[in-house]
Design a protein around this ligand. Structure first.
Ligand SMILES: NC(=O)c1ccc[n+]([C@@H]2O[C@H](COP(=O)([O-])OP(=O)(O)OC[C@H]3O[C@@H](n4cnc5c(N)ncnc54)[C@H](O)[C@@H]3O)[C@@H](O)[C@H]2O)c1
Length: 370
């Protein structure tokens, strides 16, 4: 049997998954199917990928009997992820879902329950920036104790104008509508941010101590009836509890619109050394800057981390997930870890909504039932 990939949604991101298939190293032995309720989207997709089987609805695409290696990719706006991912899991296929995994905590936990009961993986595409040479180098510095006991992380990425639905991909107005997107910049970028932080720090528990969400005002002429009710600037103070018993203070900030300055920093500080690095490497290589004390003098070790096999960020989710389904070593984010990472994002929203600190415990997702 060929490897069968089923894409739900034929929009912007779906095409990147279709392109990634050629990087799976399975030759031509792949059957690609795609379903979209929008005929024009299907037709446009078909021009680029003429070999794909086209379906106007998801049930018709998934009605054929499942094979053990089948992969369904949910590549539609967030408010549809839950229903579509569950429908695909019910057919007993592995499901790779676009980020954010869902739009509510309940949905994410139900997806995990269903994946478990079907003995399939539910994965999230939030792993686009993990497993890169630079981030792996940082992991090695942490694991070899070259940073010592970790105590502080700064993860700040402030863009002045990069709002999806406005400056970026202006035709996809769903990004601006809370009901459809689940939230703004935290839902859009948080999945990548917390995938990276959690991959490196492996927290067993996190606390969101305080958080804020804002939407700086700009002069806009959006089409009539456009709903724009999501945050474009956010921040949170978190506490990460590590498996060795230590706690790390995490200063998190993200913006797609601020009147303040643009800046970007990913830095981890420990008692023996600190590292900042290009965590958001699209092509593969990235700079790693390690500073430490040697005989009372501040030393700096800067280098470009590279690997012989370069995987582009947009190809990583499908490739990593495919490896996972094949039982190979993979940094894919699936099942409990996918729901834990999503819960960290939800905890930021919950902290703002309730005005109270929020706790997320990885162990709670490992229980047989919630
Ligand atoms: N655009 C990006 O750069 C980007 C990057 C990474 C992740 N993502 C994520 O990918 C997902 C999709 O984003 P996009 O930019 O491709 O959106 P898009 O607006 O370009 O396309 C979404 C497609 O889904 C289809 N669709 C909606 N409901 C459907 C349903 N019930 N059944 C079948 N098809 C349906 C729409 O008709 C549309 O063609 C989102 O979760 C987003 O966060 C997007």
């Amino acid at each position: 049997m060929p490897l069968r990939i089923y894409l739900i949604g034929a929009g912007v991101i779906s095409r990147t998954h279709a392109k990634a298939i050629s990087e799976l190293n399975v030759g031509d032995d792949v059957e690609l199917s795609v379903a979209d309720t929008n005929t024009k989207a299907l037709q446009d997709f078909s021009k680029e990928f003429p070999h794909a089987r086209l379906f106007e609805d998801v049930p018709s695409m998934l009605e054929e009997p499942a094979q053990p290696d089948d992969i369904v990719v949910v590549a539609t706006p967030p408010f549809t992820h839950f229903k579509l991912a569950c429908a695909a899991l019910h057919t007993k296929r592995h499901v790779l879902c676009e980020k954010p995994l869902a739009v509510s905590q309940e949905q994410a936990e139900e997806m995990l329950e269903l994946a478990r009961s079907q003995d399939r993986f539910i994965g999230c595409c939030s792993d686009r920036f993990i497993g890169t040479p630079a981030t792996e180098k940082v992991k090695q510095l942490i694991q070899s104790d070259q940073l010592g006991n970790l105590y502080h992380v700064t993860f700040i990425h402030r863009g002045q104008r990069g709002r999806p639905g406005i400056e970026y991909q202006p035709n996809s107005k769903w990004f601006l509508n809370h009901q459809q997107s689940g939230g703004g910049v935290v839902m859009d970028w948080g999945p990548y941010d917390f995938a990276t932080l959690n991959d490196l720090l492996s927290p067993v528990k996190i606390e969101v101590l305080s958080a804020w969400l804002e939407t700086p005002e700009t002069d806009l002429q959006l089409p009539e009836n456009t709903v724009f009710d999501v945050e474009t600037h956010a921040g949170a103070q978190l506490l990460y509890y590590l498996s060795n018993g230590s706690t790390v203070s995490v200063n998190y900030e993200r913006s797609s619109c601020t009147h303040g300055s643009e800046r970007s920093i990913a830095e981890i500080e420990g008692l023996k050394g600190a590292v900042n690095w290009d965590w958001q490497s699209w092509e593969g290589p990235g700079k790693v800057d390690y500073t430490f004390d040697k005989n009372g003098i501040l030393e700096s070790d800067q280098h470009i981390a590279k690997s012989e096999t370069t995987i582009h960020a947009m190809d990583r989710p499908l490739i990593y997930f495919y490896w996972k389904t094949q039982g190979k070593p993979s940094p894919a984010i699936v099942n409990e870890q996918a729901v834990f990472n999503f819960s960290c994002i939800q905890a930021i929203y919950e902290c703002v909504a309730t005005g109270r600190p929020q706790t997320v415990d990885l162990n709670s997702f490992h229980k047989a039932s919630f």
